[in-house]
Design a protein around this ligand. Structure first.
Ligand SMILES: O=c1[nH]c(NC[C@H](O)[C@H](O)[C@H](O)CO)c([N+](=O)[O-])c(=O)[nH]1
Length: 162
């Protein structure tokens, strides 16, 4: 049965020499905090040192591309993980931010030549977001996608050493 969300490569990955930046939003903070924890736990599972995981916060997802770009100018990182939670409201605001952020983060990684992992949940309901952070109420808490983002960051950061 196809296992969704399995992103880590089949090769053993050693992140002990990596420096990783996490930029997360303050919008929907309880959900964001769960995603950040899942991300950090997975980074450490791949031997990334705690002191090599830098964490910065910005107001909302729309600020992620600019913030990632600026932080990358002042220090060098092997990968950046942009984390935010967008939940659709009653207007088109959601669609415009999702579009701007996805294209913006893609542009930053290609311009900088440093992997920027897309850790932005674009959800139609709060339950979708809770489920993708692994904290949904009831029997099915879901899966913390932060774990996938942490694994992707290590794999992409090590790409240059292959
Ligand atoms: O990260 C988010 N920012 C949101 N808006 C703020 C936006 O990202 C910017 O911070 C703001 O527009 C100022 O630039 C959201 N909504 O509006 O719904 C949201 O759900 N998530």
């Amino acid at each position: 049965e196809f296992k969704k969300g399995v992103t880590a490569s089949s090769q053993p990955m050693n992140g002990s020499g990596l420096k990783i930046l996490i930029v997360h939003t303050r919008w929907n903070l309880p959900i964001v905090e769960a995603l950040v924890k899942g991300t950090k736990d997975k980074l450490k599972a791949f031997n990334v040192k705690e002191e090599n995981i830098v964490t910065q916060a910005v107001p909302g997802s729309y600020e992620l591309p600019f913030a990632c770009s600026k932080f990358m100018e002042v220090s060098s990182y092997d990968a950046v993980i942009a984390i935010g939670v967008l939940i659709k409201g009653s207007t088109m605001h959601f669609e415009y931010i999702c579009d701007a952020v996805s294209h913006g983060l893609m542009r930053v990684q290609l311009d900088k030549g440093i992997p920027v992992i897309f850790g932005v949940l674009t959800c139609l309901t709060e339950h979708q977001a809770l489920h993708r952070a692994g904290i949904a109420p009831g029997d099915d808490h879901g899966h913390n996608h932060g774990e996938d983002w942490g694994a992707a960051a290590v794999e992409m950061a090590l790409l240059k050493y292959r």
